[in-house]
Design a protein around this ligand. Structure first.
Ligand code: FES
Length: 116
């Protein structure tokens, strides 16, 4: 495999939670485990530079057949500074997708996780 990837965590690092924040060459990157797999986002909030990925991990409300339903548990993270909510799977701000956290591709190889 190409060497343009950087090791960020082991799958076993997620046994006690669904998020690991690591320093990769001076940049903080958060790796999330969801039901669908692993996602990596920049930990610098596009609002005012807070630690965007270190807040509460929740789901969100969606409209289904005219009813509000709570869905997507574990796929939304709230920046602890002012509460902006981001989609862990895309980096997009929930209210305005024009704002988004940079994302990284996560590669899983033999129990280890890499970003590139
Ligand atoms: S710095 Fe993240 S919401 Fe303001």
């Amino acid at each position: 495999m190409s060497d343009d990837r950087v090791h960020v965590a082991s799958v076993e690092d997620f046994e006690d939670g669904s998020r690991v924040v690591v320093d990769v060459e001076g940049r903080e990157i958060a790796v999330f485990r969801t039901d669908d797999g692993f996602y990596a986002l920049s930990n610098y909030c596009v609002h005012q530079g807070g630690p965007a990925c270190e807040g509460a991990i929740t789901g969100t409300l969606d409209v289904e057949d005219g009813d509000l339903v709570y869905d997507r548990e574990g796929e939304i993270v709230s920046c602890p500074w002012h509460g902006w909510e981001f989609d862990v799977t895309t980096g997009e701000h929930l209210a305005d997708p024009a704002y988004r956290l940079p994302t990284y591709e996560v590669v899983r190889d033999d129990g280890e996780l890499y970003v590139r």
